[in-house]
Design a protein around this ligand. Structure first.
Ligand code: WAQ
Ligand code: MG
Length: 670
C-alpha cells in the first residue's frame, strides 16, 4: 500500500497562529518506509537553513490505488546566465515563446519578488493578463500527492548526470505534475532556500513534451524569498486546477536523461566559457594584493637561506628548533633509506607500514603521555581525517574562530553541526554547550598555540567544559610540540591529561620532518585507524620522512633538542622589540615586555592594511630580512600583519639587528 506523508514546519508556533513557515515536504512511500521518512522530515525541519522549527505537523494517509495516474517526467534544459538579470530575462523569454504572454510573465515575476513573506504554495495567474486567479492568499495552491514511481532509480539516473541533491528531485516531480494538468501552460519557480539560487521555468514545447528549464542564478545568495507561479489558460477554473494538483495522486516515471539533446547543449555552452573565465580569474589575481606565488629558496639552517640568489636572514620558517638541517637528522633519514628504500609503496593498511612507524608512534605516545598514537601524512590531513572520522551529520563540533584552515575544512567535511565560538571565549562556548539538545556527539577543537597570533588556548578551562558537557577535546599542537611544555606541548605546559583529550601535532615543524599525528587513548586511535579516510587512502610517508621524524621526536624527548635555546631567543627578541617600541600582542606593549609574556616563537606585528604590510615586507626584503606578510583569508580583513617566527638557530646579534631594522622600516611607513 502506498501512503501520502506530508510535513509542515514553522517557527514561533503553528502557521495558523502566526508562526513563520520553515519547511514543507510531501512524499508517496510504501508502508515499510513510513517511519523512516517521518524521521527524515523531522530532521529536515529541525536543521533547516531558515531556522529551527518548533512546530512540526506530519500527516500520513493511505492512497487509493484506483485514483492514481502515471506520467512522464519533464525533459531537463539548463541555462546559466552571467548575471541574475540575464537569467531572469531568459526565463521570461522562454515562457513567452511557449504560450505565456510576455507582459503577464513579467508581472508574475514582479509579484513574486515583491512578496514580503514567502508563500507556502503557488499563485495561479492568468497566462494572458498575469492577474492572480485563485483567492488562496499566502497559502496558494499546494501541490501534493506525487512522487517518482521508483525513487531510488530516479535519484540514481539524476545523480549520474550530475544532478545531485533533493531540490531538483522534488522540483522535477512537482513541475511534472503541474504540467500534467491541462489547464496549466507553464510555471515559474524561485526557491525560498537562502542558499539555493537555482530556479526554473516549465512549459510544453512545440510537440507538447513537458520541459523543465533550470535557471541559474535566479536570485541573490542569502535571500530567503521564493515562490511559485502557475500560468493558467484563459478561462480555466482555478478551483479545478487546485483540486487536481492537491488531490489526484501522480507517479512520475524515471527520467531518461541520456535521450535528451539538451544535456549535450549544456556541455557545449559551458566549455566555451570555461577557459576564458579561468584565465580572467587568474589574471585578476595577479594584479590583486592577495596574490600568492612560490619562490625557490635554499635554506642553510632555520635562520639563513639563499633566496633568488641573495643570502637572507630568515624569520619565516616553522622549523623552530633547526632540526631540519642537522647532520644527525640527515643521517637518520639516510639510514632509513638504506634500510627501507625511498618510497613506502602503499597505504599503511596495505604494504606501506615499515617498522619505523611503530617506533615513531610509540615515541610520540611517550612524549605526550598517552596510550597510543597515529601518524598521518601531513598536519592538514590529520585534522581533516580526525574531525571527519569522529563527527557525523548528527553530531556537533565546537571550533575556535581562529582555528587553522585544516580544522575548518575537517569540520566541513564531517557534515556535522559546526558551532564557531569567539576566539578563546569560554563563556560564549559554555553558553553554546548549555543550549545544545541532548543528542549527538560533541567535539571541542582548538589550536594549542594559534598559528597567526602566537597565543595559547586555555586548555584547562576547555577541559573543564568538555567534562561538564560530555565532549571530546582536541588540541592541535602544530606550533606547540617541541616548543612549550618542555617541548611536550600544550597539555604538558598546563599539566592536564584526560581520556577525552586528543593531542594533535605535526612532524613538519619543530620535529623537522614531514607528517602529522594524533596522540590519544587506544579507543580513539583504533577509531581513527579504521575511519579516518585521509589515513586509509593515502600512501604512507616515505622511510626518510619517518627516520628523520623519529630522530627528531627522540631529540625532543631526551632533552637534547635546543628547546631551552629557543625559549632564550623568544625572551631576548621580546626584550629587543619592547626597546624598539614595537607592540606584539601577548609579548610586548608600550616599550615593555608583558609580564607572563607568551613563550611562543610566533610574533605577530599587526600593520592593518594589505598594502602597508606588503610595503613593510618588501622593505625588509631589500635589507635581506625574510618574513611573511600574512593577509586575508589567512587572517581577518584589516588585520594583515608581519608574522615573524624566531628559531633556535638565530643568534642574539641577528635578533638585535632585526629589532632595529623593523623599527626603522615601520617608522618609514605612511
Ligand atoms: N506546491 C506549491 N508550491 C510550493 C510547494 C508545493 N508543494 N512547495 C513549495 N512551493 C512554493 C512555495 O511558495 C515556496 O516558497 C516556493 O515554492 C519555493 O519552494 O533544478 O527548492 O521548496 O535545481 O524552496 C528548484 C530546483 C528548487 C531547481 C525549488 O522550492 C533545480 C525549491 P522551495
Ligand atoms: Mg524550500
Amino acid at each position: 500500500m502506498v501512503f501520502s506523508i506530508r510535513m509542515r514546519a514553522a517557527q514561533g508556533g503553528a502557521h495558523e497562529k502566526g508562526g513563520r513557515h520553515i519547511s514543507g515536504a510531501e512524499r508517496l512511500v510504501g508502508e515499510d518506509a513510513l517511519s523512516r521518512t517521518a524521521g527524515e522530515m523531522v530532521e529536515r525541519a529541525l536543521h533547516h537553513s531558515k531556522g529551527r522549527a518548533d512546530f512540526i505537523r506530519i500527516t500520513m494517509e493511505e492512497v487509493d490505488p484506483a485514483s492514481t495516474k502515471e506520467i512522464e517526467p519533464p525533459a531537463i534544459r539548463e541555462y546559466e546566465g552571467k548575471t541574475m538579470e540575464e537569467t531572469r530575462e531568459k526565463g521570461l523569454a522562454v515562457l513567452a515563446a511557449h504560450g505565456v504572454n510576455r507582459t503577464a510573465a513579467e508581472k508574475a515575476l514582479q509579484a513574486l519578488l515583491s512578496l514580503d513573506v514567502s508563500m507556502r504554495g503557488a499563485m495561479a495567474v492568468s497566462a494572458e493578463t498575469g492577474e492572480r486567479m485563485d483567492s488562496l492568499g499566502d497559502r496558494g495552491i499546494r501541490v501534493t500527492r506525487m512522487g517518482f514511481r521508483d525513487k531510488a532509480e530516479a535519484a540514481r539516473v539524476l545523480v549520474s548526470h550530475g544532478y545531485e541533491g533533493m531540490h531538483i528531485r522534488e522540483a522535477l516531480v512537482l513541475a511534472g505534475k503541474v504540467l500534467s494538468c491541462e489547464d496549466v501552460l507553464g510555471e515559474l519557480c524561485i526557491s525560498d532556500d537562502p542558499e539555493y539560487t537555482t530556479g526554473y521555468v516549465s512549459y510544453r514545447d512545440e510537440s507538447g513534451i513537458p520541459v523543465y528549464c533550470r535557471l541559474e542564478p535566479l536570485k541573490p545568495a542569502g535571500c530567503a524569498l521564493g515562490g511559485r507561479v502557475f500560468f493558467l489558460k484563459d478561462g480555466a477554473d482555478p478551483e479545478k486546477v487546485r483540486a487536481y494538483l492537491e488531490e489526484t495522486t501522480v507517479f512520475v516515471r524515471t527520467p531518461a536523461l541520456s535521450q535528451t539533446a539538451e544535456i549535450t547543449d549544456r556541455t557545449k555552452e559551458r566549455k566555451s566559457d570555461l577557459l576564458t573565465g579561468l584565465a580572467a580569474e587568474a589574471e585578476s589575481l595577479r594584479h590583486s594584493s592577495v596574490y600568492r606565488k612560490v619562490t625557490d629558496t635554499v635554506q642553510h639552517d632555520a635562520a639563513h637561506a639563499r633566496v633568488g640568489g641573495e643570502d637572507c636572514l630568515m624569520l619565516t620558517t616553522n622549523n623552530y628548533l633547526g632540526l631540519a638541517h642537522r647532520k644527525d637528522m640527515e643521517e637518520a633519514a639516510a639510514e632509513a633509506v638504506r634500510q627501507y628504500g625511498t618510497g613506502s609503496g602503499g597505504s599503511r593498511l596495505l604494504s606501506g607500514s615499515f617498522p619505523l612507524f611503530t617506533e615513531l608512534e610509540k615515541a610520540l605516545a611517550a612524549l605526550k603521555e598517552t596510550e597510543s598514537a597515529l601518524v598521518f601524512n601531513t598536519g592538514y590531513m590529520t585534522n581533516l581525517g580526525t574531525v571527519s572520522a569522529l563527527i557525523g551529520p548528527k553530531d556537533h563540533v565546537f571550533s575556535d574562530s581562529l582555528n587553522h584552515a585544516s580544522i575548518i575544512d575537517g569540520c566541513r567535511l564531517s557534515r556535522g553541526h559546526i558551532h564557531v565560538y569567539p576566539h578563546n571565549d569560554l563563556t560564549a562556548l559554555s553558553e553554546m554547550l548549555e543550549d545544545l539538545p541532548d543528542e549527538g556527539r560533541r567535539l571541542i577543537i582548538t589550536d594549542g598555540v594559534f598559528s597567526m597570533d602566537g597565543d595559547i588556548a586555555d586548555l584547562p578551562g576547555l577541559l573543564r567544559l568538555a567534562e561538564k558537557y560530555d565532549c571530546l577535546l582536541a588540541v592541535d599542537d602544530a606550533h606547540a610540540t617541541g616548543i612549550i611544555g618542555n617541548g611536550r606541548g600544550t597539555a604538558h605546559y598546563f599539566g592536564v591529561s584526560s581520556p577525552r583529550l586528543l593531542q594533535i601535532g605535526t612532524l613538519s615543524k619543530a620535529v623537522g620532518s614531514e607528517g602529522g599525528f594524533v596522540c590519544a587513548s587506544e579507543t580513539i586511535i583504533t577509531l581513527l585507524r579504521n575511519r579516518a579516510r585521509s589515513f586509509i587512502f593515502s600512501t604512507a610517508l616515505t622511510p626518510p620522512d619517518i627516520g628523520a621524524a623519529l630522530a627528531g621526536v627522540r631529540l625532543i624527548a631526551s632533552g637534547k633538542a635546543p628547546v631551552r635555546k629557543l625559549q632564550d631567543n623568544i625572551s631576548f627578541l621580546a626584550g629587543k622589540l619592547a626597546e624598539a617600541g614595537i607592540d606584539v600582542p601577548g609579548k610586548t606593549k608600550d616599550g615593555k615586555v608583558i609580564e607572563d609574556f607568551l613563550p611562543t616563537p610566533i610574533f605577530p606585528i599587526v600593520l592593518g592594511s594589505d598594502e602597508r604590510t606588503l610595503a613593510a615586507a618588501e622593505q625588509l626584503r631589500e635589507r635581506q630580512i625574510l618574513l611573511s606578510a600574512i593577509r586575508p583569508p589567512t587572517v581577518p580583513k584589516g588585520e594583515s600583519r608581519l608574522r615573524l617566527t624566531v628559531t633556535a638557530d638565530h643568534s642574539f646579534g641577528e635578533l638585535a639587528y632585526l629589532a632595529d631594522t623593523l623599527k626603522e622600516v615601520i617608522g618609514n611607513l605612511s
